[in-house]
Design a protein around this ligand. Structure first.
Ligand code: M6R
Length: 615
């Protein structure tokens, strides 16, 4: 949720931290702050509630020069977003500074203990408690900062990542994590840390993802990693294959718009090289090789677990997997999954979908499944993410970094990766002939060009958005694979435009929701060609008869649909199961242009954060 950046090296650190925070601000934007050990050896901390610009303002005219520092953008959990609660926090004597992402579950107990020993706290945060704890341990046991962090880690409970600096050791950062992401960057004469790779990519592509309960000590000369007992340990080392331009707006007004337009390329990348030298469909990582493949061939039930937009991608996949691989699929909200005692056996496959690979609920669901002997497939965009490391099989979406809080290219590429998984399972189970799999893949390879055609309609969609921007409530309806797209269209609109929107199964309208329709109320209907088109048209007539203004997403050439619609957005003809990858695009654009018409902060909508690393 929060963005973390740290640097120690030869450069003046403050501009570098602020630049890093601007890249990471999408992770949380309730407050921002920096801590720098200046050339005089003093610990300088500046922090402000609100967006990064407020911090920038506070730093103007304050020359702070040093080469080691930490920066933080916050998504508030404990304590309101005000200046005192902003990170970094210091220990009791103000010698060390700490930033963190996540939650310390036993902070109240630790706080009471420290208060009894005379500690006075200046904020309501759990973070300050841990800063005091590390400071107290260090004073009591002596030794270096890493030893104090190691001892503190043995006392802290929860899911979190921390980074600490100490004015007594001005060229060192110490970091640790448990069930929350933290990556380290190895650069020439410098070492860095960040909550995700986007914060490091301007400096290095040489990355190590820390594992749980490791302690990293960063100095300009390099990074050493140990475990909680002080023994040498190894993080997950990898090289990032995208560059800084991928994390920049490149002339677009917003990251969201850029990412909508990147979908043809992203889908192409996701599909690339999916057929191996033997003509078989391939996944990216298959841990356990042939044995795991054998297990997958005998799967008798699939659960898909995910949150938000990723869950909508999972809902689409239910149709493809059941149709192509002939396996029963249940789609579950990840935060509910492990609390209802699902029936999991060694023949159950759990498919966990997460753009970030760091969503706490999805990771917890995957871990629960593995503990019950089920096999886990991860569909994620982030190489080396926690979810990717947890899984038996990984399919990467290869969408490139998604910065906007509203997920777009991750969604379409997740569906593509899930379609690949459906074909992979169909191949293992022989539920499709090889040439049928090949035909489906060939159809999928047409998708980038078809998405381009949808994107060409953006001016007309923007015009429609201006018509609908005044609506108080928008309903989205669909059937079959149109239903998850109705849900996704509604989520996009509420998330970035703050317009009340809901998605419904079109056939359910008459069982209640149709009561919401009144004169002029907008309804967006998914009515592309296929076996449910006629049924959706009937549902459209029902809402029109009650005064709704209907905007239909239909298949190009379907001129008859105009008789039932007030407005039509067309997508090119496609296989029925592949339509979601096309029909979601006009809905993304519609939400985007309604949001900009209303003057919303599209990339950083209120109350949200990109990566949800708390339960
Ligand atoms: O990183 P994940 O895919 O696990 O994230 C899941 C949701 O938090 C995410 O899809 C969220 O719903 C988006 N903001 C929707 O646009």
């Amino acid at each position: 949720m929060c963005g973390i950046i740290g640097y120690t090296g030869p450069e003046d650190v403050l501009p570098l931290l602020v630049q890093g925070l601007s890249t990471l601000e999408y992770r949380g934007y309730d407050s921002a702050g920096v801590a720098v050990i200046d050339h005089a050896g003093e610990l300088q901390i500046v922090k402000r509630a609100g967006r990064l610009d407020r911090l920038r303002g506070a730093l103007e005219g304050r020359p702070i020069h040093g080469t080691t520092g930490l920066g933080h953008t916050r998504w508030a959990t404990h304590g309101e977003p005000n200046d005192p609660n902003a990170h970094p926090h210091t220990d009791a004597v103000g010698h060390l500074a700490l930033i963190h992402n996540g939650i310390f579950e036993n902070f109240a107990e630790l706080k009471a203990e420290l208060e009894a020993a005379g500690h006075v706290f200046r904020s309501e945060t759990d973070t300050e408690v841990i800063a005091h704890l590390i400071g107290a341990i260090r004073d009591e046991q002596g030794g270096d900062l890493a030893s104090a962090v190691r001892s503190a880690m043995k006392r802290i409970e929860g899911a979190f990542a921390i980074a600490v600096l100490d004015r007594h050791d001005p060229h060192t950062l110490v970091a640790s994590r448990r069930e929350a992401p933290l990556v380290l960057g190895h650069a020439e004469g410098a070492s860095l840390l960040a909550s995700d790779v986007a914060g490091l990519i301007a400096h290095t592509r040489d990355i190590s993802a820390m594992l749980d309960d490791q302690i990293a000590v960063l100095t300009p000369g390099g990074i050493t990693i140990t475990d909680l007992e002080g023994y040498p340990a190894e993080a997950h080392h990898y090289t990032v294959d995208w560059d800084i331009s991928a994390a920049e707006k490149q002339g677009y007004d917003h990251f969201m718009l850029k990412e909508i337009h990147e979908q043809p390329r992203a889908v192409h990348e996701t599909l690339l090289g999916r057929v191996n030298g033997e003509g078989r469909i391939a996944v990216d990582e298959l841990r356990g090789g042939a044995a795991v493949e054998g297990d997958l061939a005998h799967v008798d039930k699939i659960y898909i677990v995910a949150c938000g937009t990723s869950m909508h991608a999972g809902m689409v996949a239910k149709y493809t997997i059941e149709h192509w691989a002939r396996l029963p699929v249940e789609v579950e909200i990840a935060s509910e999954f492990r609390y209802r005692d699902p029936i999991l056996t060694p023949h159950t496959l759990v498919v966990a979908i997460s753009q970030s690979g760091e969503t706490a609920d999805t990771i917890a669901a995957a871990t629960h499944a593995r503990n019950q002997q089920a096999k886990v497939v991860a569909i994620t965009n982030v190489v080396g993410s926690t979810l990717a490391r947890e899984a038996d099989v990984v399919l990467y979406t290869r969408a490139g970094p998604e910065i906007a809080v509203a997920s777009t290219k991750a969604f379409t590429t997740q569906i593509v990766a899930l379609d690949v998984l459906a074909l992979y399972l169909a191949q293992l189970r022989r539920s499709l002939f090889p040439d049928e799999c090949g035909d489906h893949l060939a159809r999928m390879e047409m998708l980038p060009a078809l998405i381009e055609q949808v994107l060409e309609q953006e001016p007309a969609i923007a015009e429609l958005a201006r018509t609908f921007a005044g609506a108080e409530y928008v309903m989205f309806i669909g059937r079959h694979v149109g239903l998850p797209i109705a849900l996704e269209g509604a989520l996009k609109l509420k998330e970035i435009a703050y317009v009340h929107a809901e998605g419904f199964a079109a056939g359910e309208m008459k069982h209640g929701p149709i009561a919401l329709i009144d004169q002029g109320g907008p309804v967006v209907a998914l009515a592309t060609r296929g076996h449910v088109r006629g049924k959706v048209v009937s549902n459209i007539q029902e809402v029109k008869a009650r005064g709704a203004v209907v905007l239909v997403v239909a298949t190009e050439g379907d001129t008859e649909i105009k008789e039932h619609a007030d407005h039509v957005m067309y997508v090119p003809d496609a296989h029925e199961l592949l339509y979601p990858i096309l029909t979601v695009v006009p809905l993304q654009l519609l939400a985007y242009h309604i949001a900009t018409t209303l003057g919303r902060d599209v990339d950083m909508p209120r109350n949200l954060a990109k990566t949800v690393t708390v339960e």
